[in-house]
Ligand binder design. Structure first.
Ligand code: SAH
Length: 215
């Protein structure tokens, strides 16, 4: 029988801790969320590999290191109201759900949103709501958000995100063109946005009103 918990422990040691992820809460969440359950094939031999994996609809679940890095950049303490743009498999949403009070996640593909909802429910994550829509518009109904995480490549900080981010809030987003981006942390202080660049990265594009046009 395959030992998924042992695979996750190894993933955390070799891919995350060794590369500098140090927030103990983030490491614990990455060790406890069953990544394999969010894949099309939960028995995928590469479930904990150091790479993204296809999840259907032309989309991918991010590499574990990128999930951990973005989560660490959010500085979550457990009380936050978080907005995620790009639910995909629902894996990142589950990691966020472990570390915050409530998560709202928006996905543009119905097939992905429905599957993510089902897995999250099956795993008893009751503090996550998955909505179908264009996340480049944020999700105004539940705003403001203490944190916003965008898991698709964006051409700029969309105005609705800036508006829906609470004062003192943090937003993590890959900013750039369709082929390469810079992971960026945006903080809102006295109504002004400050940008900090973290590293280069490659995400699938944000497609929508404030994103890119459909291929
Ligand atoms: N966070 C996901 C991976 C995201 S991949 C996970 O943990 O698995 C990026 C996702 O963003 C894809 O599912 C894609 O369909 C979605 N996406 C792209 N543009 C979007 C938009 N405008 N609104 C909502 N979701 C969008």
């Amino acid at each position: 029988m395959r030992d998924f918990a042992a695979e996750r422990k190894r993933m955390v040691e070799t891919q995350l801790r060794r590369r500098g992820i140090s927030d103990p809460r983030v490491l614990a969440a990455m060790e406890s969320v069953p990544r394999n359950r969010f894949l099309l094939d939960p028995n995928d031999s590469g479930a904990h590999g150091d790479h993204p994996i296809s999840i259907g609809s032309g989309q991918t679940i991010s590499q574990p290191y990128m999930v951990a890095l973005m989560t660490e950049c959010l500085h979550l303490e457990g009380t936050e109201h978080v907005l995620e743009i790009g639910t995909g498999s629902g894996y990142q949403a589950a990691v966020l759900a472990e570390l915050s009070r409530r998560v709202v996640s928006v996905e543009r593909f119905a097939e992905l949103a429905e599957r993510a909802r089902a897995v999250l429910e099956d795993l008893d994550y009751h503090n996550v709501d998955v909505f179908l829509g264009d996340g480049s518009l944020g999700w105004p109904d539940a705003a403001p958000y203490d944190r916003i995480i965008v898991t698709a490549a964006a051409p700029q900080v969309a105005e609705p995100w800036a508006d829906q981010l609470a004062e003192g809030g943090r937003l993590v987003v890959p900013l750039g063109d369709r082929w390469g981006q810079t992971l960026t942390v945006v903080t809102k202080r006295a109504g002004e946005l400050e940008h900090a660049r973290i590293c280069g990265c490659v995400f699938v594009p944000l497609v929508g009103e404030h994103g890119y046009a459909e291929d």
